[in-house]
Structure formats: C-alpha cells, structure tokens
Design a binder for this molecule. Structure first.
Ligand SMILES: Cc1cc2nc3c(=O)[nH]c(=O)nc-3n(C[C@H](O)[C@H](O)[C@H](O)COP(=O)(O)OP(=O)(O)OC[C@H]3O[C@@H](n4cnc5c(N)ncnc54)[C@H](O)[C@@H]3O)c2cc1C
Length: 382
C-alpha cells in the first residue's frame, strides 16, 4: 500500500498509509480463492464474513461489501487500520501457507473508506428493530463499549453509553495517534453507533456521578463494563518521579486528545528534550516514539529489554518506526533515571540484558547479562 515517504511523514501527523487505489483493491481482492473452508472467518475475533465482503468487492458491489463487513463489525475503518490481522484472519488465510496472504485488513479499510466517502451507512441504515423493553448501560466508549452498544441496539435494547471523557472512542481517540488512525474515521464509527439509537453521554464518570447499584435501581436492566485498562504501569526504579518523565498514557493523551502538537493554537504544555527515550517495545511504545519524532526531537530511542524478534508491536509499525529513524537499543533495561539537580531528568543508566528460560507468556524472560557494565544515556537534555 502506498505510504508517505519516511523523511516527510516523520515531520507531520497526517496518516502514513495512503490506502489502495480502486485498481489495487480489485487486484488484491481477486487473489482470494474463495476457498470452501473459509479459515479467515475463524481467525477474525468477531467472525466477519470475509469471503463474502471480498466477493462483493470483486463484483464491484460496494454497498454489499460494506454490509457484509458492518454486519459483524461496527468499526471496520478502525479495524482495517490497527487490528493485528497478521496474527488473526490473515494468519489463517489459505494462501499464507505458500505466499503472502490476502491483505484482508487493507481491503477492509478500503471498503470502510468507500462508505465514509459516500455516506452509505447513514443513508441506508436499516430500520431499528422492535424494542425489547430492556435498558442497558454501557460504561466506556472504547472499541469494547461501542461494539457491545451496537450489538445490543441491533437486538432492540435501549442503550446508553456513559463516557468519562469529553469525546467518544476511548484509546482510539486519546491513545493511537492521528498518523495511524485519523480521528475523523473514529468519529464516523461512533456516529454510526449513535445512528442505531444508542445515546452517548459524555463527561460522565460512573462511580462518581452514579454507582452501578444506582444505575441498576434506576431503570437499567444490565450494565456492560468497558472501562479499558487505562492505568499506566511504572518500572519502580529510582528517579522515575523526576519531571520530564511521562507515562505513555499521559504523553499520548496530551498529544492526541489535547493537541499539544498544535501548540500554540491549543494551549497544552508538553516539555520534551532534544533526545527522547521510550521504554518498551509494543504498539504503545512505537506510537510514543514516533510522536516524539514528529514533535521535532532530534534523536528518539526505543529501549527494549528483549531482542528485536520479541518486540510485541505489529511488524508493520516497527518497520515504519525504523524507516523514520527511531534508534532501537536491544536488549537493554534502565535501572535508574538521573537528576539534573533541579528535579528534571537528564539521563538514565541502563544494563544489558540476555534472554533466559521461557516465562508463563511463552516468551524468554529477560535477565541482566552477567558482567554487563552500566551504560549511561544522556537521553534527556532540557
Ligand atoms: C497507544 C496505543 C496503541 C495501540 N495500538 C493498537 C494496535 O495497533 N492494534 C490493536 O489491536 N490494539 C492496539 N492498542 C490496544 C487497544 O487500543 C485496546 O485494546 C482497546 O482500546 C481496548 O478497548 P476498550 O474499549 O476495552 O478500552 P478503551 O479503549 O481504554 O476505552 C475505555 C473507555 O472507558 C472510559 N472509562 C473508563 N472508566 C470510566 C468510568 N468510570 N466511567 C465512564 N467511562 C469510563 C475511558 O475514558 C475510555 O474512553 C493500542 C493501545 C494504545 C494505548
């Protein structure tokens, strides 16, 4: 799929992947053999009828392709971009045994984008089902809450989503950056859920404005908790409370939700040095590092305690980060952050790691390498 040039995209927040042209989409869709066993459907967590939507795409019937997707998945524009297809539907594709699997995610994105550009879902929304007479409260409007709300509404239940933040979408809005998942796309999917009759109440922290018991005693028959896992985990090493150290959650929220990258138009403070180190190797770490680069840090490091092969981030995102110039330090772990004497971080000490026995996750446990010297990183200059 065409992408922005690394040198150019590393300095802007516009979407990196540019999407298939109609010709590319058709060529890729025609690679699907419509095999009778349909293993891709089992590989999809929500069992989207993948062969069906690809067949409709091949026949040029975009409304049918979209319906087949949306029937099972309220968020195809999002999933087509950020779902780990390589370990799900595409991993199961019959073609994957000999060559590249059908690029199901990219086709899903193509169909969802067609709908957004043609306003098809809004115009052709099916009539709502007869009311079941039941009311459900959904707490949280991330992908879990939105999906539950859409499925419940399609069954005729009256659904209210309560969202703590001032905008719906959860991590899709405050965590994943614009250059991977444009916020207009997320809001289009939130609006689709609302078009099913779901009420979205913003700025509503359940537990503060209402307890669960109060909801259940005031007309709701059931409550779905989709509050996510938003609390950060820290390293528990000396110096981690110094100024200039952010959890990824705070860092990304300031940028994505509070638009720190558009300062001074948006008055959100964000202190960053010329050199930035991001600790970790998942999608969150890649996003945090690539944001720092776009905010004009001169050197951005990913410091990860295992090796490249164990990086949990999507391969595509690791490749994007490397192409953009992020520097990877494997297998390295920080043991202490250094103070500039005024309460701000100005470096960190790290040790080299090696991989020991496998742990409960099946991955080899990183342990400090015997005889490894402490390495100093002057990563943070203010
Ligand atoms: C930076 C980042 C990048 C990621 N990249 C990927 C990726 O590429 N691919 C992938 O598959 N996954 C990725 N993930 C993981 C994915 O985003 C999460 O698995 C997903 O968002 C979880 O959905 P959720 O609905 O359970 O929770 P969330 O998205 O966290 O949504 C929970 C919502 O509940 C609200 N809430 C919490 N408490 C309350 C309360 N008391 N009252 C009302 N509302 C409340 C929150 O404000 C939030 O809006 C990424 C995560 C992050 C942080």
């Amino acid at each position: 799929m065409p992408r922005q040039e690394p040198r150019i995209r590393a300095k802007n927040f516009k979407e990196v992947a540019l999407g298939y042209t109609p010709e590319m989409a058709l060529e890729e869709a025609n690679r699907c053999t419509q095999c009778p066993k349909r293993p891709c459907v089992d590989g999809c967590p929500v069992n989207v009828d993948i062969p069906e939507f690809i067949k409709a795409l091949c026949e040029g019937n975009m409304p049918e392709a979209f319906k087949a997707l949306k029937n099972k998945n309220a968020l195809p524009g999002t999933c087509g971009r950020v779902c780990p297809q390589e370990t799900q539907c595409e991993a199961k594709c019959t073609l994957a045994k000999q060559k590249a699997p059908v690029a199901i995610g990219r086709l899903e994105r193509y169909v969802a984008d067609w709908e957004r550009n043609n306003k098809f879902a809004m115009l052709s929304a099916s009539p709502l089902p007869l009311s079941s007479g039941k009311k459900v409260a959904v707490i949280g409007s991330g992908p879990a809450g939105l999906t539950a709300a859409a499925d419940l509404a399609k069954k005729g239940h009256a659904v209210t989503i309560f969202e703590a933040l001032h905008v719906g979408g959860g991590v899709l809005m405050y965590g994943i950056p614009e250059f991977r998942l444009p916020k207009e796309i997320v809001q289009n999917e939130v609006n689709f859920v609302k078009s099913l009759g779901v009420e979205l109440v913003l700025d509503a922290v359940i537990g503060k404005i209402n307890t669960l018991d109060e909801l259940l005693n005031n007309g709701y028959d059931a409550v779905f908790l989709g509050t996510g896992a938003g609390l950060p985990m820290f390293l528990n090493i000396p110096g981690e409370n110094l100024c200039g150290i952010y959890s990824a959650n705070e860092w990304l929220t300031r940028i994505n939700l509070m638009k720190a990258h558009l300062f001074p138009k948006y008055d959100t403070p964000l202190r960053m040095g010329k050199k930035v180190a991001v600790i970790g190797g998942g999608n969150v770490a890649m996003d945090a590092a690539r944001c720092a680069l776009r905010l004009c840090a001169e050197e951005v490091y990913i410091v990860y305690r295992r090796s490249e092969a164990e990086l949990p981030a999507r391969k595509e995102e690791v490749e994007n980060a490397m192409e953009e110039g992020i520097i990877f330090k494997f297998p390295t772990n920080p043991i202490r952050f250094l103070d500039d004497g005024k309460g701000w971080v100005n470096g960190m000490e790290c040790i080299e790691m090696e991989l020991g026995e496998s742990d409960t996750s099946g991955r080899r446990r990183p342990i400090p390498k015997k005889g490894s010297d402490t390495q100093s990183f002057d990563c943070f200059h203010h």
